[in-house]
Design a binder for this molecule. Structure first.
Ligand code: ADP
Ligand code: ZN
Ligand code: ZN
Length: 850
């Protein structure tokens, strides 16, 4: 039996980023496991921590070892494989171990220490007397309650009655007597203890059941005194119904008070207890059960390849490249079915769960209550319960965004990542992990299969599948070329907006798009309209002098919010009233551009009187369930046109949509991001895939100022292969992923000169280190040819929240632990500067370069 536990404590700092040894008290022997959550003394505080190892001995001198204070859960919230995964993550993404552990758990389990107060035991006094360094005479003073003032006695009595009260409660109850409480604590009459409490409690309902055998109860009912008619009724009801009955139900059905029921409990006939229940966020939804389709030949081939691995229980990765509407989801569903039959579990990742109600519906219809939905819009209590269903083995399939990759299944058989190219799979704050890499690692741990699916795979995955060059990630490529329902991909027309302008059309709608919309309205078919808003902002500009309102704290223009009529900074939250006249030149011609989609909506109403529009953007989808409501409205044909940003491009499957319009295809093309062309191609392909998915043929109209750009041209021909060929050429020439890996290092500080010096030092140190052999005692070689460092330069957002920002980029090829190098240098610099204000953040494999 282990005596010592290694614990990672909940302080995300460099000094505490290692396991600390604690003694396992006897009472926890047999309960404490790797993955247990514990409360431990740490300096003067009590902190939450996670057990990451167990041992017999400790290197820490015995006198310094303290015992673990409390065990917070009966079942450890983390399994051993997740604990191991956190170690891998902290190395790969240069993050603190605790940050990696925390991201795996629902927020509800982020416990915080609370203070409890009780009346000090007399026996304890004697024992603790010396420690407390109190005058021994003083102790005697409290031997009798007479020595307490009235107020003191009142407080002591209050606490004694409840044995233990929360500090918060006490200070509220005796609000004007904080001094008295403090005094009592100092004198040792009261003592405090600390304990970790979860933010969210398990939900319970009060239930009632029989306490005696039923025949005995029947006799009791017979002999009940006549005047206790109500009690008799209640007891009969409980005996007749049997099992555990919610107390509420008894009260409503029989119209009795809780007191009546309780008096039966007092007599020992029944027991009242709190039973734990799961909150079910989908309890008011009904899902019509769905049967598996007979697969098409292409689907069948993909399915067979996957099942071959599943049946032989061999791990492996697949990249399913299937055009939009090719029926990838059906392949996922049937593969999961197979895994469930093998008594294993599956994780289904989607880019953003709020945007994919249709996906959730298909999963609930197929697998019913076996599905746990990990949804950011659920309350933290609901989220906690969905998580517990997984941990306790009640759910077999978890569906959710990025963080669902940590679903604590014991026996994982399959991980599916739909739309694997989406950037939302990368977390932008620490731990800056990519769900794809985590998926591959978890699958290795479990001998599970990974399926990456997309109509437009990321170049990284596609290249890995084609070249089979890496040891870690070698997906086998499976392709589906036809649509499941046999329909053709829609025809795509490119409209050159420069020509439109030349011919005098200043509207945001080109003539072909205008005509097509009119046509569909007449035919009563539906339309999806995409406004690509990346790169567009909704700023305030003076038309006389060109003044643009900017945030005083960040170098970025302020966004106009129509509802509140003010200007806000999206980064720091700064808000100011919208000006009536230009603050620079005094002109009245200052214009507010409302959100792009709002303007399009207004324009639509003007051009097509009576058109029914559903607008989906950040403004209309802030409320829980609002996406679903809007989409249902569109599905039920209460609207002719669905207008929106990126949100409308993905995953939607509406049979009557025959026209897709793209207002500004190229607005993201010129962003300073080497993936700009790839993102544009993906978005156009995805949104085009919304048209003509079922029996009616579809048409797509793309408006652009760059009609010859290869991303636009290839997307219009549905030609992924040609796009990839051309894009890979560019990447190779400029040396960008997938031909190398990147790490983005961002420095920030309030003082610019210091910041520049730090950034320059950093770059120099990377260069110096890369020439050394055997760096940090490892045998890896950081060869100068394979490693390159660019910068430092000012970040694309050069100032944020009053802090200046600089960055540099490390590029490398081959198998080098650059994360460790970057972290090591960062630590050296932090140590030499000793300025708490300096922040250095490391982003390995960054997705967003801004
Ligand atoms: P993808 O996820 O590849 O875009 P979907 O899975 O949404 O494609 O499939 C497109 C449509 O085809 C859906 O309406 C789906 O119900 C239907 N479908 C998929 N597979 C089959 C099949 N084997 N037989 C009949 N219909 C199918
Ligand atoms: Zn002006
Ligand atoms: Zn700001």
């Amino acid at each position: 039996m282990s005596r010592i536990a290694q614990v990672i404590v909940d302080v995300p700092s460099r000094g505490t980023d290692r396991p600390f040894d604690y003694i396992i008290p006897e009472s926890m022997q047999g309960w404490l496991e790797i993955g247990s959550r514990v409360g431990v003394p740490f300096g003067p505080r009590t902190l939450q921590g996670f057990v990451v190892g167990l041992s017999m001995e400790s290197d820490t001198p015995a006198v310094k070892l303290k015992p673990i204070k409390e065990l917070l859960d009966l079942t450890p919230p983390l399994s051993e494989d997740l604990v191991e995964l956190s170690e891998w993550m902290s190395a790969r993404y240069a993050c603190h171990r605790i940050t990696a552990l925390q991201v795996m758990l629902p927020a509800a389990l982020k416990g915080k220490a609370e203070r409890y107060i009780r009346v000090t035991d007399r026996s304890e006094w004697a024992e603790r007397g010396s420690n407390l360094q109190r005058d021994p005479d003083e102790l005697v003073l409290f031997e009798s309650a007479d020595e307490l003032t009235d107020m003191e006695a009142q407080i002591v009595a209050h606490i004694q009655k409840q044995q233990e009260v929360r500090m918060e409660h006490l200070t509220r109850k005796f609000a004007s007597h904080a001094d008295v409480i403090k005094q009592l604590l100092q004198r040792g009459v009261l003592s405090e203890s600390r304990s970790i409490r979860d933010k969210v409690q398990k939900k319970t309902i009060r239930t009632v059941s029989l306490h005696l055998p039923e025949d005995e109860i029947r006799t009791i009912i017979e002999e009940f005194p006549a005047k206790a008619r109500r009690q008799k009724e209640v007891l009969t009801f409980i005996a007749d119904t049997g099992g555990e009955i919610p107390l509420k139900d008894i009260m409503t059905v029989l119209g009795v008070t809780a007191g009546t029921v309780k008096s039966l409990a007092d007599k020992g006939y029944i027991v009242i207890r709190d039973m734990e229940v799961f909150r079910d966020p989908y309890k008011n939804h009904s899902f019509a059960p769905s049967q598996p389709f007979v697969l098409t030949d292409e689907q069948q081939m993909v399915y067979n390849a996957i099942v071959q691995r599943l049946d032989t229980r061999t791990e492996g990765e697949f990249l399913v490249h299937g055009i939009t509407g090719s029926g990838k989801t059906e392949v996922y569903l049937q593969s999961i079915q197979r895994v469930i039959e093998q008594d294993r579990q599956a994780i289904m990742l989607v880019p953003e769960i709020a945007l994919t109600p249709q996906m959730v519906e298909r999963f609930k219809s197929r697998f019913g209550d076996h599905v746990a939905v990990m949804h950011s819009r659920l309350s933290s209590g609901e989220r906690y319960d969905e998580w517990r269903k997984i941990r306790e083995g009640q759910a077999l399939v978890a569906i959710g965004a990025r963080s669902a990759i940590f679903a604590p299944f014991a026996n994982l058989g399959l991980i599916i990542m739909d739309e694997e190219h989406e950037t939302s799979y990368k977390q932008e704050e620490s731990p800056k992990y990519h769900a794809r890499d985590v998926a591959v690692h978890r699958a290795h741990q479990h001998g599970a299969v990974v399926i990456l699916g997309s109509a437009t795979p990321s170049l990284e995955s596609y290249h890995a599948a084609r070249s089979q060059s890496s040891d870690e990630f070698n997906p086998a490529l499976l392709e589906i070329h036809g649509r499941a329902l046999g329909s053709e991909l829609p025809e795509v027309h490119i409209v050159d907006m420069r020509e439109e302008l030349k011919e005098g059309n200043r509207s945001m709608f080109s003539r072909p798009l205008h005509q097509a919309i009119e046509d569909r309205l007449e035919k009563k078919q539906q339309i999806v309209l995409l406004l690509n808003r990346r790169g567009h902002s909704t700023f305030v500009m003076c038309r006389t002098c060109g003044y643009v309102a900017e945030c005083p704290n960040c170098d970025i223009s302020l966004t106009f919010h129509q509802r509140s009529n003010n200007l806000r900074c999206h980064y720091c939250g700064h808000a100011q009233p919208a000006p009536e006249i230009c603050p620079e030149c005094g002109s009245e011609h200052i214009r507010y551009f409302g959100t792009g989609t709002q303007r399009v909506e207004e324009e639509l109403a003007k051009l097509f009187p009576g058109i029914r529009v559903v607008r989906m953007d950040v403004d209309t989808t802030t409320q829980k369930g609002s996406h679903e409501k809007l989409l249902n409205q569109f599905r039920d044909k209460q609207a002719d046109l669905l207008l929106g940003t990126q949100m409308v491009a993905k995953g939607l499957d509406f049979p009557d949509v025959t026209l897709v319009g793209v207002i500004a295809a190229d607005s993201a093309l010129h962003l300073p991001d080497f993936r700009a062309a790839e993102k544009t191609f993906q978005l156009l392909t995805q949104v085009a895939g919304r048209a003509g998915r079922h029996h009616l043929p579809g048409e797509v109209i793309v408006q652009t100022y760059n009609p010859d750009h290869y991303s636009v041209v290839h997307a219009s021909r549905h030609d992924y292969a040609s796009f990839v060929r051309e894009e890979l050429k560019h990447r190779q020439v400029l040396s960008y992923p997938p031909y190398c890996r990147l790490a983005l290092i961002t420095f920030s500080h309030e003082k610019l000169p210091l910041l520049v010096r730090i950034a320059e030092n950093y770059v120099q140190m990377v260069k110096d280190h890369s020439h050394k052999l055997g760096w940090l005692g490892s045998l890896e070689r950081f060869s100068a040819e394979a490693l390159d460092v660019l910068g430092p330069v000012a970040s694309p957002i050069p100032r944020l929240k009053n802090r200046y920002r600089f960055q540099c980029m490390i590029k490398w090829r081959g198998d080098m632990d650059v994360a460790r190098l970057a972290e090591h240098i960062s630590e050296q610099l932090q140590d030499s500067v000793r300025d708490k204000d300096l922040q250095i953040s490391i982003d390995v494999d960054p997705q967003v370069l801004m």
